[in-house]
Design a protein around this ligand. Structure first.
Ligand SMILES: *Cc1c(COP(=O)(O)O)cnc(C)c1O
Length: 368
């Protein structure tokens, strides 16, 4: 597809490029308390659970807002006032969970690793054994800061063996990387409409273990960010407690149908891996180096070192690509000078080949 500055390809971790069918699903009005929207909400909740095989054990609780809203609501609702949260952090999203827990007045402990290093399960095991007061552990599945994949299954097994509850921020992995709640213990998995599910922004959701959500009454100090009450609302009359973003919900249901038609998360992961591999190989040929070791790289977002050439200036590079219809992700890691290109969204190998042509063009322009 040809890209233009008015209809750019978004090479970002979300909001990202969506399919026309998904955007078209927004072209109608819905009565939020009408039977048709209640049925749509039921389909939404059912499809979200099915993506992670959580039907037998978990419930889906969507919430209005961006991803951070669902993270804040989940910590507020699931970690009781007398609880204690251990956050495993190796990037901005781990740090954000620490900030949220602090703001909520919850006891919080942090274990930290550098941005290019994965969480180490053995250290988590030691920290849990040393501190029986810890009730919950929070992990970021794919740390979107760098694109690093953390060892979810290994951490989940340790947290469960120690009798604690795991909260997984799967914002940038849900819908593509494998998450199987039938085989991997997690009290809650959190994600949003606008990343690997390829919906539009506006809804976050939690898949929460039945007993955990049932036991969480009264924990949240917030009325709107209370997942227990939100869940009770859905179970009671099938409706959202407060005005739902109806068009966003309709788009997300359409996006979930398209995910199923594509072949589910496994097929989506293959497409993203192909995007990533195409990009990584092409960038290597142009002289760019990846920031992460391939062993910990998720095919979600690629972080590159700037080109080792004094004529390379990121701002000019960004503008040159934007003028040709490709928006990459401005913003750096905290530690290293770098830039990022997202590999997710309704894009395939052809788009990345077109991007590489444009990048080559932009580079020769800079060198002139
Ligand atoms: C995108 C993202 C979030 C939420 O960010 P919002 O801007 O609030 O949508 C949280 N955690 C991770 C890992 C993310 O990638």
């Amino acid at each position: 597809m040809t890209r233009t500055p008015d209809e750019p390809a978004l090479l970002t971790p979300g909001p990202l490029t969506t399919r026309i069918e998904t955007r078209r699903a927004m072209l109608r009005d819905w009565g939020s308390r009408d039977r048709a929207f209640i049925a749509l909400t039921a389909e939404l909740r059912r499809r979200l659970l099915a993506v992670a095989h959580g039907e037998a054990s978990h419930v889906a609780v969507p919430l209005q807002g961006s991803g951070t809203f669902i993270v804040e609501a989940a910590i507020a609702t699931l970690v009781p006032q007398a609880g204690k949260l251990l956050v495993l952090a190796n990037g901005a999203y781990g740090e954000r969970m620490i900030a949220i827990a602090n703001r909520l007045g919850r006891a919080v402990e942090a274990l930290r690793w550098p941005e290019d290093q994965p969480v180490e399960p053995e250290q988590v095991e030691r920290a849990l054994a040393a501190d029986p007061a810890i009730t919950h552990v929070a992990l970021v599945h794919c740390e979107t800061t760098s694109g690093l994949l953390n060892p979810f299954e290994a951490v989940a097994a340790i947290v469960a063996a120690q009798g604690r509850a795991l909260i997984l921020d799967a914002m940038s992995s849900f819908g593509a990387l494998p998450i199987d709640l039938a085989t991997t213990p997690a009290a809650a998995v959190l994600a949003s409409s606008n990343k690997c599910l390829e919906g539009v922004p506006g809804i976050g959701f939690a898949l929460v273990e039945r007993q955990a959500i049932a036991a969480a009454k009264g924990n949240s100090p917030s009325v709107s960010l209370d997942l227990h009450d939100q869940w009770r609302g859905f179970e009671g009359n099938g409706q959202w407690r407060f005005t739902p973003p109806v068009q966003v919900a309709a788009a997300l249901v359409e996006a979930l149908r398209l995910l199923e038609a594509e072949g589910g998360p496994a097929a989506r992961l293959r497409r993203y891996q192909d995007n990533f591999d195409t990009l990584a190989a092409g960038m290597r040929n142009l002289g760019f180096r990846l920031f992460l070791d391939p062993a910990v790289q998720a095919p979600i977002i690629a972080t590159f070192h700037p080109l080792d050439d004094p004529r390379f200036a990121f701002d000019r590079f960004y503008e040159a690509l934007a003028a040709r219809g490709f928006l990459i992700y401005p913003g750096k890691l905290t530690r290293a000078d770098s830039f990022r290109i997202g590999c997710i969204g309704a894009l395939d190998r052809d788009d990345f080949q077109a991007l590489l042509v444009v990048i080559e063009d932009a580079l020769s322009e800079m060198r002139r």
